[in-house]
Write a protein of this length. Sequence first.
Length: 223
Amino acid sequence: MAASLSPAVCLLATSLGLGGLLSPASVTAQAPPLREPQHRAALDALATGALLVSARRLPDPNFANTVILLVDVGRTGAVGLIVNRRSDATLARAFPTLKPTLATASQAFFGGPVQKTQAMALARSPDAPAGARHVVAGIHVVAGAEAIEALIASGAPASRFRVYFGYAGWSPGQLESEIRQGAWHVLAGDVDVVFDPDPASTWQRQIARTTVIQARLTHSPPW
């Protein structure tokens, strides 16, 4: 069962311009808990800008076969966006008042099960666009509606700008507990993974990476 939310976690959502309550993610892994070197390495890598890769056979359909970019991690909890679930809705449909362009023909993404009508965006740029906040090298999160619409109107292509509806959130300590249970692998943030041109296969390729990393940790000497 999901942990109850503290007022601090609600403030985390507000700080990102999301509004409303931040509901926590809740997943239970069928995979065995990670061994000590594995979960210690995963917890050490947990930070804003890190990638979560869901474990194989994760039963929760909200998070099965997902890759999540953590856009905020701190004492008040964590917020992330699923980056590999493209929806059928175009930006033209989601933002009907905007002038049709090649950018509005791009598809929106499903960012998570919380506040599914709330839009957030990720921009790929060496510099932060107006209204954006830096997440990790080359990636910025945009939460304000006006800033998102301005970037769409500018014609930013899907290779450099993506819009997500909904997000995932965890209360303090919850994500760490799920990692210890084996629900998530943690990888360093990677702009090429977030803006993968083939998001339908992103999880398969990243879960293969985690297998190699775990093998190295399991067989590495203790010194």
